[in-house]
Design a protein around this ligand. Structure first.
Ligand SMILES: Cc1ncc(COP(=O)(O)O)c(C=O)c1O
Length: 395
């Protein structure tokens, strides 16, 4: 069969993601592996009630196809949601996707010819690397600092390309509490990156799954808020701060961008599933999203604090990290000489799991010295226990 497959299939292999999905499926481990929200905080009873009401009153619609761009009531709700967050947009600038992972795939399909240059954070989101590699992009990783992407290095790279008459198609960035680094892009850097996009003529894919997951201070404006030249395509999802099971996410851009994404989506799945969109809209209308934000912040803040204290106590000084202010992740640089995969093998024997840094680098070998620890789906007692075991192994 191999000789019949397309060349891109080779690029789709992602050993680290495969390992991660296997670990997520095991319930005998203290797992810091998945970037998943805690099901302890899902508003199950409220959603059950909404679902029952919809089924008894609008069952026919519930089981019917949705339109490719998504349920209009939901798009109107999202328009309002984004307007409250400082954007000046209309419904026609929004399309619902099946998770923002689908949005990444569709945008990669729309923008990337084999060999096209794109830039992303490094370490950066494994699903972004996977989507861009699938369409055979030439991906350049720019290092991330505690206040986000190293903008100086981005500028140097763009300048060098421009000198050779070359440019990039887009920059993919997760500005708020990025996956896996936990870094938040400073307000000043948001402006600088937008100026670079204007100067060097590229798009910005601004992916914001963790933007509502700030546990200490208020949120920063989207880069898109200042986007007067329509260079920013904003992606959002309700997977992380509400529930991922509906697979409700959205892309916001110009009407033209929405048309292109809609064309690509038609070829992919015709439309997102109707039930989740209907339930989600009703939940939003009844104020459940707002309530959820208030409910989850203290829960995740406690878990973050617990992990931070446990790391200070049990990890050796030769490991390094910073304390994130939101999101789900701590990103750890291991003491030199420790191989993250060997550490993972030993940790799994002691019933603790995490993801090796390899998953988040364009060339996985560059990530050998790092691990990602997610605190979101583990109770505080287990966090302490798991970090102690890992700390002992590293020491
Ligand atoms: C940065 C980033 N983008 C996109 C996604 C995909 O989210 P969704 O569940 O909406 O597909 C994730 C999930 O881990 C993520 O961390």
């Amino acid at each position: 069969m191999k000789n019949k497959l397309a060349g891109r299939v080779k690029e789709m292999e992602n050993k680290e993601l495969g390992d991660l999905m296997r670990i997520i499926g095991r319930d005998d481990l203290i797992s810091f592996a998945g970037g998943v929200p805690s099901s302890d905080v899902f508003p199950v009873a409220e959603l059950n009630k909404i679902t029952e009401d919809i089924l008894s009153q609008r069952g026919k619609e519930f089981y019917q196809y949705s339109s490719t761009e998504g349920n209009n009531l939901l798009r109107d709700f999202l328009t309002e949601y984004l307007t409250e967050r400082g954007l000046d947009i209309e419904r026609r600038q929004l399309i619902i996707t099946s998770g923002s992972q689908q949005a990444l795939d569709l945008l990669a399909k729309l923008f990337i010819n084999p060999g096209d240059k794109v830039v992303m954070e490094q370490p950066g989101y494994v699903g972004g690397i996977g989507a861009f590699k699938s369409y055979q992009a030439d991906i350049k990783g720019i290092p991330v600092q505690e206040d986000g992407l190293n903008v100086g290095l981005l500028r140097d790279y763009l300048e060098k390309l421009a000198a050779g008459g070359d440019s990039i198609k887009f920059l993919y960035i997760v500005p708020d509490y990025s996956n896996p680094s936990g870094a938040r892009l400073s307000a000043a850097k948001r402006q600088k990156i937008l100026s670079l996009a204007e100067k060097y003529d590229f798009y910005i894919l601004e992916d914001t799954p963790y933007s509502e997951l700030n546990y200490y201070d208020s949120r920063l404006d989207y880069i898109k808020t200042y986007d007067t030249e329509d260079r920013v395509i904003l992606l959002g999802t309700f997977s992380k701060f509400f529930v991922p099971g509906f697979r409700i996410a959205w892309v916001c851009g110009t009407e033209q961008v929405v048309k292109y994404v809609s064309r690509a989506k038609q070829n992919a799945d015709l439309a997102s599933a109707t039930p989740g969109q209907m339930i989600f809209y009703q939940a939003g209308k009844e104020g459940l999203l707002k309530k959820q934000r208030e409910k989850i912040a203290p829960v995740y803040r406690t878990r973050l604090e617990t992990m931070s204290r446990a790391l200070d106590r049990y990890f050796p000084d030769s490991a390094s990290w910073f304390k994130p202010q939101g999101g789900f992740f701590f990103w750890i640089e291991l003491p030199s000489g420790i191989n993250s995969r060997e550490l993972l093998n030993q940790a799994v024997e002691e019933k603790v799991a995490f993801v090796t840094g390899k998953a988040f680098f364009i060339d996985p070998e560059d990530g050998n010295q790092y691990i990602r620890l997610s605190f979101s789906d583990t109770k505080p007692e287990k966090i302490k226990q798991g970090i102690k075991i890992l700390g002992n192994l590293i020491s």
